[in-house]
Design a binder for this molecule. Structure first.
Ligand SMILES: Cc1cc2nc3c(=O)[nH]c(=O)nc-3n(C[C@H](O)[C@H](O)[C@H](O)COP(=O)(O)OP(=O)(O)OC[C@H]3O[C@@H](n4cnc5c(N)ncnc54)[C@H](O)[C@@H]3O)c2cc1C
Length: 368
């Protein structure tokens, strides 16, 4: 049995990263759900990082967790990304005041027996321009009826529970339902009647994350599954999955570091690669310092600036690794090509609008 990882300095973290990296290429090519990698997370105690001791967890502080993510995401972005969605769901559940829900779900989530994920983007960054909320809730005796879909749910077809956001509606169903202005968050069991998961989307990268829609056709969700709300801006209540958090920048930096390390290994044989490697590494170290300053509440910049910087670096560092790898890097199976595709993910994943706007200006060559 592997040694449980008790700190980001443990050698067992490097051992786990080696196992993930060895499987990353095959995972990308197959697009299969990473059952084995997620089992490794359980065996190495990774799920324990996020939960309190009362649930069997180690309750790592935020800095240690991000150091863990930094290492994991350089080894395999897809499984690290799945971990962030699972972690976001667990934190939402743990920060709830629904004690019986916590007792029911958190021990299994911490040991790795259960898998939970999140479907919240329709409350934050997805489908915000459409007039009718895509996932509606109506209050009925003992709970809520949920109708509609959550557009992006990672691991939807493998989830035991999905932490879902829904918009509360009122009025006569036959005429017109109106949004009350309140929203709710619930841990919805995937086994409830009326729940379905269409086959996941084939993606430019990270297809093995099995991200797809989670559909609900008038699904009765009892009050016992409620995490928060109904309340205005339910995402501001509690902790956990949100938009553009430090975790997203951490994963971008983890992937950028893998690409920079590759350039370093090439530079040992090709000195002309040293200046670009040095420039990228300097920028990486500055962003890493900003990330940890932000965690310690001594920010050097805003979270949006950090995310914008991490996004910009990961796109350039991965493309630099491809240029360094030359034609060999363009052949399927070489990590540099995969890293380039994976870096594009950061342009769309949980990306706050000001960061998207800044990227568009950068790409258009328009300075702020
Ligand atoms: C691989 C992947 C995994 C993800 N995993 C999760 C997850 O596990 N949980 C989760 O909650 N979220 C997840 N997300 C969602 C993510 O965080 C963002 O919310 C999502 O990428 C936003 O994209 P969208 O196409 O839904 O945006 P939308 O804003 O809905 O845009 C969709 C389309 O609508 C049109 N459009 C956009 N804005 C306007 C406008 N103002 N007027 C008219 N037309 C407009 C455009 O044609 C656009 O292409 C994931 C996303 C990806 C790509």
């Amino acid at each position: 049995m592997p040694t449980i990882i008790a700190s980001p300095d443990d050698e067992s973290l490097a051992e786990l990263c080696g196992k993930l990296a060895a499987r990353a290429e095959r995972l990308d090519e197959s697009g299969d759900w990473p059952t084995e990698q997620l089992r490794l997370f359980a065996d190495f105690g990774v799920y324990q990082w996020f939960a309190g001791p009362e649930w069997g967890g180690q309750a790592w502080d935020q800095e240690s967790i991000l150091r863990g993510y930094l290492a994991l995401s350089g080894a395999c972005l897809t499984t690290s990304f799945i971990l962030t969605q699972r972690d976001g769901a667990c934190r939402r559940i743990e920060s709830s005041t629904n004690e019986s829900l916590k007792e029911r779900l958190l021990p299994g989530l911490t040991s790795g027996e259960l898998f939970a994920t999140v479907g919240i983007s329709h409350l934050t960054t997805s489908r915000r321009h459409v007039a009718k909320p895509v996932l509606q809730a109506r209050r009925i005796d003992g709970g809520f009826l949920l109708d509609g879909f959550s557009p992006w749910v990672t691991g939807a077809d493998h989830a035991d529970y999905v932490v879902l956001g829904a918009t509360l509606m009122e009025g006569d169903e036959a005429t017109s339902l109106q949004a009350t202005g309140e929203q709710l968050l619930a841990a919805v069991p995937s086994t409830l009647p009326g729940v379905s998961t269409p086959p996941p989307a084939k993606l430019v990268g990270l297809s093995a994350s099995h991200t797809g829609q989670f559909k609900l056709e008038n699904v009765f969700v009892g009050e016992e599954w409620l995490i928060a709300g109904p309340v205005e801006n339910v995402m501001l209540a509690g902790k956990g999955a949100g938009t553009g958090g430090l975790g997203t920048s951490t994963l971008a930096l983890g992937l950028a570091k893998a690409a920079i390390d590759f350039i370093s290994s090439e530079a040992s044989k090709r000195p002309e690669l040293e200046p670009p490697r040095d420039g990228l590494l300097r920028e990486w170290e500055e962003l890493e310092a900003s990330l940890f300053a932000a965690i310690r509440n001594e920010p050097k910049c805003t979270n949006d600036e950090l995310r914008g910087g991490a996004n910009s670096l990961v796109l350039r560092a991965t493309q630099a690794s491809l240029a360094a790898a030359k034609g060999a890097g363009f052949v399927v199976g070489h990590p540099a090509g995969r890293w380039c595709r994976e870096a594009l993910f950061f342009l769309v994943w949980s990306c706050p609008q000001p960061v998207v706007s800044a990227h568009l200006c950068e790409l258009a060559g328009i300075l702020d």
